[in-house]
Design a protein around this ligand. Structure first.
Ligand SMILES: Nc1nc2c(ncn2[C@@H]2O[C@H](COP(=O)(O)OP(=O)(O)OP(=O)(O)O)[C@@H](O)[C@H]2O)c(=O)[nH]1
Ligand SMILES: [Mg+2]
Length: 444
């Protein structure tokens, strides 16, 4: 099952398969309401890339136009039967739906697909969320990443216990957990709920450490640049190029799950920290967004976003998808710089076209290194342009500093205490060092 902890797409009926054996998938998309065929096609392409990363080859793609999803079977029942028939004829292992199915839809579709859990090979019903969870489960490396994925999987599995998705490992159940008359299902539910509590607690402990580190970083006043972007855009490659960090780069979706931060040396003698983290896709499952909250906070708290885009693959769609996810995270109006990566894959004509559309973006390649010097300069310039809000307590004998805040910055509040002048002001990031000894609240 897709959501099986640490598992591949191999379900219980196919556990004899090794991960190296690729499975066969039929992709099922739908065009609802005002969605254009183009959008739906792109979405299905993305689904194919996701399936590919998870270990399944696409043998057929199907699409149905409807006003809205069918509450019982997502697509019409007849269409669902037809697709199951096609999948059977193609010897496919699974149907992958390009959406999150409700528990009821999943169950009904499983009935239609004639899944028999005891059969050597049944036709599995996988949805977009289950598929993405499966990839995350395969790619999680750190203790925190594994727990985050497990939390997302448990949350996904809980409402799907009866029937669909009902492939459970015994999660801490057993002796003493089942009272008389209690059904096995209830016991599973309780076990999952207990496990969720446990995982949340473990995560809270790990998050505390991360928050402390982040607070230290903030106090140091060093600006943080967060790499954001569509998965596979080249964020980790860029981090590697800019900081010599040893990070995993792969032609796969969601290679990076754990945030990593490295010192970035900028021209004009200023430094910053550069953070790489999980990539985005359209409809990033809410279970994952919630479980990865603390990881994603790194993005929200950054000084500047460096939005990496694969210029060779429909930049507009990537930008849209990423901005939608950022909006969902409440990260709006954050200063951002677009880096159009992979220009080595573009012809001159294509490059001109993208450049005409995004004249402010920096163009380059994390692999060939072209455009990297320009990128560093731009990051420097963007950072120095930013003003930060600070609280300052300046002793009376440093009156010239107070005057400087008034001259260069914007004073929001001024009061006098016994020890000196207390100011809340917005000042240019570049003048922070002069005020370092008098900073109260750390700049964001
Ligand atoms: N041709 C070309 N390929 C690139 C460039 N930058 C990255 N790549 C390739 O793109 C693929 C993805 O790169 P990553 O750096 O892993 O991408 P990412 O954004 O970190 O992806 P996730 O962590 O999976 O979200 C790898 O195969 C890289 O070698 C580039 O400038 N040109
Ligand atoms: Mg990466």
């Amino acid at each position: 099952m897709a959501a099986e902890k640490g598992g591949s797409l191999s379900g219980p009926a196919t556990t004899h398969q090794t991960r190296l054996e690729r499975e066969k998938a039929v992709l099922v998309g739908a065009i609802f309401g005002s969605t254009s065929i183009d959008q739906a096609e792109w979405s299905l392409e993305e689904l194919e890339a996701l399936a590919n990363t998870a270990g399944a080859d696409t043998v057929e793609r199907t699409m149905q136009r409807r006003n809205s999803p069918d509450a019982a079977t997502y697509l019409g029942k007849g269409k669902a039967r037809e697709i199951a028939g096609v999948a059977g004829a193609l010897d496919a292992d699974m149907l992958i739906f390009d959406d999150e199915l409700t528990p009821a839809q999943g169950r009904n579709l499983e009935d239609i697909a004639g899944v028999n859990p005891l059969a050597e090979r049944g036709l599995k019903i996988i949805d977009r969320t289950g598929l993405i969870l499966d990839i995350f489960a395969q790619h999680a490396r750190s203790a925190e990443g594994k727990l985050q994925v497990e939390l997302a999987q448990l949350t996904y599995r809980l409402p799907r216990l009866r029937g669909w998705g009902d492939v459970l490992s015994r999660l801490g159940g057993g002796i003493g957990t089942r009272g008389p008359g209690e059904t096995a299902l209830e016991a599973e539910r309780r076990a999952i709920l207990r496990r969720i509590q446990r995982v949340k607690k473990d995560l809270t402990d790990l998050e505390r450490t991360r928050r402390i580190k982040r607070a230290q970083r903030k106090r140091s006043g060093v600006p943080v640049v967060a790499l954001v972007g569509y998965t596979n855009a080249g964020k980790s490659t860029l981090l590697r190029n800019l900081t010599d960090a040893e990070v995993l780069v792969q032609d796969q979706l969601f290679s990076t799950l754990d945030p990593i931060t490295r010192r970035l040396e900028l021209p004009f003698g200023r430094d910053a920290l550069l953070t790489d983290t999980v990539g985005f896709v359209r409809k990033l499952p809410h279970q994952l967004v919630e479980a990865f909250q603390s990881t994603l906070e790194e993005v929200g708290e950054a000084t500047l976003l460096l939005h990496v885009v694969d210029a060779s693959r429909d930049p507009e769609r990537q930008l849209d998808a990423v901005n939608t996810v950022l909006g969902g995270l409440g990260v709006i109006d954050k200063p951002a710089l677009i880096f159009m990566n992979k220009v080595d894959l573009l012809s001159d004509v294509e490059r001109d076209k993208v450049q005409g559309r995004w004249p402010d973006a920096v163009f380059g390649s994390a692999v060939t290194g072209q455009g990297i010097d320009g990128l560093l300069e731009r990051i420097s310039v963007e950072l120095s342009k930013l003003k930060v809000e600070v609280e300052l307590s300046i002793p009376f004998d440093k009156g010239e500093l107070v005057a400087r805040v008034h001259d260069e910055g914007e004073v929001l509040h001024e009061s006098y205490t016994e020890s000196g002048t207390h100011l809340v002001a917005r000042i240019g990031r570049e003048s922070l060092p002069a005020f370092r000894d008098y900073l109260g609240e750390a700049p964001a």
